[in-house]
Design a binder for this molecule. Sequence first.
Ligand code: TYM
Length: 327
Amino acid sequence: MKQRIFSGIQPSGNLHLGNYLGAISQWLTLQDEYEAFFCVVDLHAITVPQDPAELRRKTLEIAKIYLASGIDPMKSTLFVQSHVQAHTELGWILNTIARFSDLEKMTQFKDKSAKSEKETVGIGLFDYPVLMAGDILLYDTNVVPVGKDQMQHVELTRTLGRRFNERFGETFVIPEGRVSKEGQVIMALDDPTKKMSKSAESEYNYIALSDDAETVRKKIRKAVTDSGSEIVYADNKPALKNLINIYSLLSHKTTADIEAMYVGSGYGDFKTDLAEVIVSFLTPFQERLKNISDEEVLAVLKAGAEKAKGIAEVKMKQVRERVGLLA
Ligand code: TYM
């Protein structure tokens, strides 16, 4: 029996290189080894206000991005979170064992809520990691491949899984989070102390997967660099380190090879080449994306939801019984 992986992306904002390098590129290699479930987590996206038509469009787009990246529906199960009602049901049941003190600690909640007035911060935003725990536990997931920013949520998932098992008897597999080494956090191009983010105010923060060649060149030219002029991969040069990581992950060259290639040249040459490395990744990717029809992706999502529902329903029967809900 293959072990299982589960991961997901929210259909909100512009998907960027951080999402690709932190999450999707890991999934591509793992889908051969594991039984894989990749979800478009629309119920997570509505924890902040979304335009309904735009949310539907984005949901399809994320699924197309999975396919264009090379997630293979013959190997992996792709589906939309809201198509499998068990996610909300298990989310609710886990709410009854999650504690205020568990959720209060979540860094992402603190960051996101700090941006709005306290009185207007929604319960959904606060509760979002519990829904995520439900996503993962529902499928007896062994491994959760994510970017580093999601590891705290995976840790909470482990806590809730263990707590449920202790109270009601062995029910859930306790999953492990997994981050890829260099891709674990891709930092913002305009500020190497912050992560590249879909919800960033400035578009110079990120390279969107939809950016055209000219936009990529412009954004890389404008990317913040550190003092000095040599191309070195070092912790005291966080901006450059981030750019070298992106270069390395997309070109499959090691960071040491990249340093060696630019001995004697400056930021200008390095940045020109980096932009071209990104463009040669994005151009064929965007071409594949354009050629995937709505019908094709809808068929994949329908089949994926059917398969996911089958597995989720078996688990939910067990959960309802353990908790004491009348059959
Ligand atoms: P989301 O949609 O914010 O991000 C999707 C994935 O992209 C990774 N990521 C990054 N990786 C490296 N550098 C960055 N700058 C960067 N920004 C984002 C994230 O770590 C994530 O892996 N709550 C999740 C979605 C979710 C989920 C799940 C994930 C819901 N249920 C179950 C795994 C399992 C989220 O909001 O990710």
